[in-house]
Design a protein around this ligand. Structure first.
Ligand code: HEC
Length: 163
């Protein structure tokens, strides 16, 4: 009767079955990306907007050579374990590239300072990176945070530190 196969499953059922698998696969790739590589798109709406960051800084130090030197020392002590000796990224993301997860790029230094003050906790953490501890767990003053960021900015043009 049917010409599908020996067990008599009609061709249109096989066609429907295969079609469902193919469409399901295409849907999964479209929504989640191939191997999940476009998670950014799903995440991006949750990033900390400058408007809702809500940090005010009374004491913003000047971006001097001395400030950057202090910042380099603090970076090595507090941040390097998670962001890499050369800011290349470890547990935390690279701070040396132009990709900013939690602020537009190029990144205004005050926005980035606010990220460091508050840290990043779920649900705003990205992927499996894990939380960013407030003040890097280093109990840093606002001044020390700006100094670190002046140092980072001296290696990364996408962090706008001139004021
Ligand atoms: C215990 C590990 C850890 C330490 C220490 C740490 N960070 Fe992070 N940091 C992270 C992680 C993890 C993230 C990513 C959070 C997320 O989105 O999931 C992050 C995110 C950030 C971001 C946001 C990056 C972006 O692309 O928007 C900045 C800026 C940052 N850290 C700066 C610092 C600075 C400066 C220090 C040192 C004062 C520091 N961090 C110390 C783990 C750490």
């Amino acid at each position: 009767m049917s010409q599908g196969n020996e067990k008599g499953v009609p061709n249109w059922i096989l066609f429907l079955f295969m079609g469902t698998i193919v469409l399901g696969g295409l849907y999964a790739i479209f929504m989640h990306g191939f191997l999940g590589y476009n998670q950014d798109n799903a995440y991006r709406p949750g990033y900390i907007e400058p408007a809702d960051a809500g940090c005010t800084f009374a004491d913003i130090p000047a971006n001097t050579a001395a400030a950057r030197a202090n910042g380099e020392a603090t970076y090595k002590n507090v941040c390097a374990a998670c962001h890499g000796q050369n800011m290349e990224g470890q547990i935390g993301p690279s701070l040396a590239d132009a990709e900013w997860w939690h602020t537009p790029s190029p990144a205004p230094v005050q926005d980035v300072a606010c990220i460091v003050v508050k840290g990043v906790n779920p649900p705003k953490t990205k992927g499996n990176a894990g939380p960013m501890p407030a003040r890097g767990n280093g109990a840093l003053s606002d001044r020390e945070i700006f100094e670190v960021l002046y140092f980072v900015g001296s290696k990364n043009n996408s962090l706008v530190t001139n004021q």
